[in-house]
Design a protein around this ligand. Structure first.
Ligand code: NAD
Length: 511
């Protein structure tokens, strides 16, 4: 019997629970709906962990921690090598799970997974990254060194838009550093994270070192308020990132909270126009613009150049293929929810009402046959956008590219520096001096020079400036190691026989 709910037909669906102490468990918690966004149907119910479930996960992690903390880093790394191989073997299944709940096209999901695997590869270097720092003869017969100790239990709270990659930014590194980890994935698309956690157990991870609990903001509150959790890694929208950072730190926890973005591409007149168009197309519309590094604003220097760019983009947008994830020919899929689709349309309406020109209107896009209820939205190009418009000030997170026209590079730099977000940015130019001026002066955390999506490699670190990051340390890479460890510095002297040490009341120094 079909049931109409939220404008969608709901049929009988499976219930997803949690992954606690190495096992999948259904606990009888309240549930929320998981959709297939391409068909617009509820396909699963997801349990939202309440107190008992959160406590079970915490108990399991607490029991697992002492032995895991004392396990040799090389043994932890061997599990990561096996995990990497299992991720590769199961790539097709993982990409399907991503596609069914997130909607991103298979080729895009494979890119996401590959980026996640690269974080596992970095975690395989555990013995190297944890070997510490040693200073022999800090003073006569004195050696001094730093060790990096795990924090204990760390929680990760992740967004919907990279359901496999962002959890993999976090727990492989946290775990090889000797921590136990509790992951709370997005309630929109949790299945790939649940499946990947099982692969890590198959790779040899002891039960309890990684637990995955599904849930909503009430689940997150339970995690933030529990004194057994020492650190919190968060990725999601800015307002939530800010409030999680404040709450976690007020409970004495270490916290890094990555938030939203508005990423600009500056186009100089000496840039190669055709390359700019093809790179902007992928960076703006790939994954339906639901990427925290998506280019959502092109700042074009010079009016004549802007006119040509707009007409070329218009032509390219009309050739885009939009549809379900399992057709490799599609360029992007649906938005995550009907509610989010409405929010994106609201921003297009507001830009139009505030005087911008809608050059290509994605609102009139017709869904592919058989997917009439899906949350698709056509690509939209908006010209003559100005800094006071809501659509410019706020993150849209959809397939919308806005054009702002300026006369000089310094105008572009000032515009970007005054924006509330500072996640990613790029410049297209053939002028080395302009590129250097730009990268020196721009107040943004990740900068691309002729690279539209400057997502750092796994052995650098990822993070933004301003309201795109709350906390001091970036995600993954060397900053990730610092975040997931506590430094202990030991100064040691072994007394030589027959040497008498005199009383010393002045501050000891190496002088
Ligand atoms: P979201 O903030 O709605 O949700 C993120 C996570 O927080 C989810 O697990 C969710 O259950 C939880 N959550 C939501 N509201 C909460 C609340 N009030 N209290 C506690 N927990 C809460 O974000 P989303 O819609 O899943 O993801 C999209 C956002 O994430 C965009 O703003 C995007 O820019 C941002 N993002 C940022 C980065 C980055 O690295 N800076 C990367 C990816 C996504």
């Amino acid at each position: 019997m079909e049931d109409i709910k939220n404008g969608c037909v709901e049929s009988s669906v499976t219930v997803l629970g949690h992954f606690i102490n190495g096992k999948l468990v259904v606990k009888g918690d309240p549930t929320s709906d998981v959709f297939d966004p391409a068909v617009g149907l509820v396909t699963k119910k997801l349990e939202l962990a309440r107190k008992d479930t959160v406590y079970d996960a915490l108990l399991s992690a607490t029991k697992a921690f002492p032995e895991w903390r004392d396990t040799a880093p090389i043994k932890r790394a061997r599990i990561m090598f096996e995990f990497k191989s299992l991720l590769e073997k199961n790539a097709t299944k993982i990409c399907r799970l991503i596609g069914e709940e997130h909607g991103k096209i298979c080729h895009d999901a494979r890119g996401e997974l590959q980026r996640g695997i690269e974080n596992v590869e970095y975690a395989c270097c555990a013995p190297e990254i944890l070997k510490g720092e040693f200073s022999k003869n800090a003073a006569a017969n004195i050696d001094c060194w730093s060790e990096f100790h795990p924090l204990g239990i760390v929680a990760g709270i992740t967004p919907f838009n990279f359901p496999a990659m962002i959890p993999l930014w976090m727990y492989p590194l946290a775990i090889v550093c000797g921590n136990c980890f509790i992951l709370k994935p997005s309630e929109r698309d949790p299945s790939s994270a649940m499946f990947i956690a099982q692969l890590l157990t198959e790779a040899g991870l002891p039960d309890g070192v990684l637990n995955v609990i599904n849930g909503d903001k009430d689940t997150v509150t339970l995690l933030l308020e529990d004194e057994r959790i020492e650190g919190v890694s968060f990725v999601g929208s800015t307002n939530t990132a800010g409030s999680i950072y404040r709450k976690a730190t007020s409970f004495g926890k270490r916290c890094q909270a990555l938030g939203g973005a508005k990423n600009h591409a500056v186009i100089m007149q000496d840039a190669d126009m055709n390359n700019v168009v093809s790179q902007l197309m992928g960076a703006a519309f790939g994954s339906a613009g639901e990427r925290c590094m998506a280019i959502s604003v092109a700042v074009v220097v010079g009016d004549d150049f802007a006119n040509i760019l707009v007409s070329k983009l218009k032509e390219a947008i009309q050739k885009l293929k939009i549809g379900p994830f399992d057709n490799e020919e599609n360029d992007y899929g649906p938005l995550i929810t009907m509610e989010h689709r409405k929010k994106v349309i609201k921003y297009i309406n507001s830009a139009e009402n505030e005087g911008a020109s809608v050059v290509v209107d994605g609102r009139i896009f017709k869904n592919p046959k058989g997917y009439e209820r899906g949350f698709f939205l056509g690509a939209t190009l908006i010209d003559n956008v100005t800094r006071n418009m809501d659509s410019y000030k706020e993150e849209i997170f959809g397939p919308v590219l806005q054009i702002v026209r300026v006369s000089r590079l310094t105008d572009a730099i000032n515009l970007i520096n005054e924006h509330q977000y500072g996640n990613g940015v790029c410049i297209f130019t053939n002028d080395g001096e302009a590129a250097r001026q730009f990268s020196d002066c721009i107040k943004v955390g990740m900068v691309g020079i002729n690279v539209p999506l400057p997502v750092p490699i796994s052995y650098q670190s990822f993070g933004g400036w301003k309201r795109s990051l709350f906390g001091d340390l970036y995600a993954y890479g060397p900053d990730g190691v610092r975040f997931y460890t506590r430094r202990k510095t030991i100064t040691q002297r072994w007394h030589k026989k027959n040497i008498e040490y005199k009383k010393q009341f002045s501050m000891p120094s190496s002088k």
